[in-house]
Ligand binder design. Sequence first.
Ligand code: MEV
Length: 312
Amino acid sequence: TDFGQGAASGKIILMGEHSVVYGKPAIALPFNQAQITSKIYKTDKEITIDCIYHQGELNTAPDNLYGIKQLINIVLIYLKQPFFGIHIKIESNLPSQRGLGSSAAVSIAVVRSLFDAFQVNLTQETLNHFVEIAEQIHHVNPSGLDATTIAFGKAVFYQKDIGKSVIPLRMDAILVVADTGVKGLTKEAVSDVKKLWKSNPNIINPIMDRLEELTNNVKVFLENNEVVRLGLAMTEAHQLLRSIDVSDDKLEELVDVALKSGALGAKLTGGGKGGCMIALATNMEQAILIADSLKQSGAAHTWFYDLKEIIT
Ligand code: MEV
């Protein structure tokens, strides 16, 4: 039996992906429909791990587990435990590389499970600290939006180096979340945007400014239950994101299909270049129709997200 457990949900970015990297605000929601769990078992061997990418010794894990390996190492040092004698089992129904925050979520689940195993109280600050280290290794220069939203587990208005505030969700609307089935390339997308920004600041800066304006507006729309305006802001944000080249054919197709099926707005969510999109529906009946059309157009998976849920 395990002697330590931890879990974490994913996240959905409602507004502000990419612009958040440039110091603009973003709004993200915890995605509780899918979870990652981590369980710790005692052994008398080198550390082993069981996850989709690797089963066996952590030391021989592939490169994409480098961040998690470093994270486990520093957490064990912090907990004054040897790098030995545990087996870590990670399970997930949160698809990875889809802009749903699986890399931050796996880090958070692992940190929680290790602290639980060695019965050390884990504060929000300590959790954030460790997860940001893992995210740095994994993503080079993350804004911290994923780590904050998932560690906190609430809808947040977030700005890099400034902080977060909680946004109460009380809108009469449903988000349809659809996975294109195409692996998202967040790291590439972020570095491509950086190249564009360096070579054409006069074009990119106004786009970032407009994304900032839209995010600030959306905060007010959420507070005032202005569903139609939220939809329009989402679609405009998508067009701006497309103009900085972080969309792709499948995202374009699904955004188009959602709008033609009656969605009030639709956009990519997360890093883009694959990954997921979101569409806004006025009620569940319409959300189901939109989700059906998205699936017919090849969405690998769809979920519903009630914007009225007060998530705690
Ligand atoms: C990734 O979930 C969101 C991006 O804005 C990158 C970041 O915030 O670090 C694309």
